[in-house]
Ligand binder design. Structure first.
Ligand code: PXP
Length: 249
């Protein structure tokens, strides 16, 4: 059965929308751990659109489970990963215009940069994973780069419907078997939600699932009655107090 790693980037996106100090993604990560998350994933993007440098430092200090640091191959981000010493890193492609990580890393094209960066991360004690599409060439390139894991991109499976979804699931299963056969360990993630996760959790050899958006989106709805109810009580309480003090004077 795979471990659940919760991606907290979307909580930071909400905070950054108002440049506020809340909601705090680190406090959210700790709550996720209390609820059963077995690891926390955060992506320090080059444009710092959600997770900030200070979040990474605070996560490193406060997590009780494992920190999986999602990162590009840019030199300053690699330097932060080396200083932070996360238990795991996941190398992803990064494009400034994208809304989220869109495709898998092109490990074939990035072979030279990977050959420089992966051994440094391994020496720093990180389990290194490459986020790749379920594609034989990419999986073999990840192995050649010295990565211990591939994280299989489940986005195409998650977006597909009907027979196309069954085909994407079969592609993921084949990719997981091939990765394991050549000595890689296997994680998976992207676009997983409450309806589509079970089939991916049942794939062979998958050790960890990274899930973010669907959990944050569900939490927004699950919290609505409590959040609105508490504010309504405060608003009513203030009015009731104001009315009774006017009466008394
Ligand atoms: N894995 C990787 C490598 C990702 O880039 C992302 C998105 O940040 C996820 C998993 C989680 O995807 P989602 O937010 O769609 O659950």
């Amino acid at each position: 059965m795979p471990r659940l790693h919760v991606n907290i980037d979307h909580v930071a996106t909400l905070r950054q929308a108002r440049r506020e100090s809340f909601p705090d993604p680190v406090a959210w990560a700790l709550a996720a751990e209390r609820a059963g998350a077995q690891g926390i994933t955060a992506h320090l993007r080059m444009d710092r659109r959600h997770i900030q440098d200070d979040d990474v430092k605070r996560l490193r200090r406060s997590l009780r489970t494992r920190l999986n640091f999602e990162m590009s191959l840019e030199a300053d981000i690699v330097a932060i990963a080396l200083r932070t010493r996360p238990e795991a890193v996941c190398i992803v492609p990064e494009n400034r215009a994208e809304v989220t990580t869109e495709g898998g890393l092109d490990a074939v094209r990035e072979a030279r940069r990977l050959a420089r960066v992966v051994p440094r991360l391994v020496r720093a004690g990180a389990e290194v994973s490459l986020f790749v599409d379920p594609d034989t060439r990419q999986i073999e390139a990840a192995c050649a780069a010295g990565a211990e894991f591939v994280e299989l991109h489940t986005g195409a499976y998650a977006r597909a419907t009907g027979r196309a979804r069954a085909k994407e699931l079969a592609r993921l299963a084949e990719a997981a078997l091939h990765a394991r056969a050549i000595g890689l360990r296997v994680n998976a993630g992207h676009g997983l939600d409450y309806d589509n996760v079970a089939a991916v959790a049942a794939l062979p050899h998958v050790e960890e699932l990274n899930i973010g958006f669907a959990i944050v989106a569900r939490a927004v709805f699950d919290g609505v009655e409590r959040a609105v109810g508490e504010m309504a009580r405060l608003v009513r309480g203030r009015r009731a107090r104001a009315t009774s003090s006017r009466r008394a004077s």
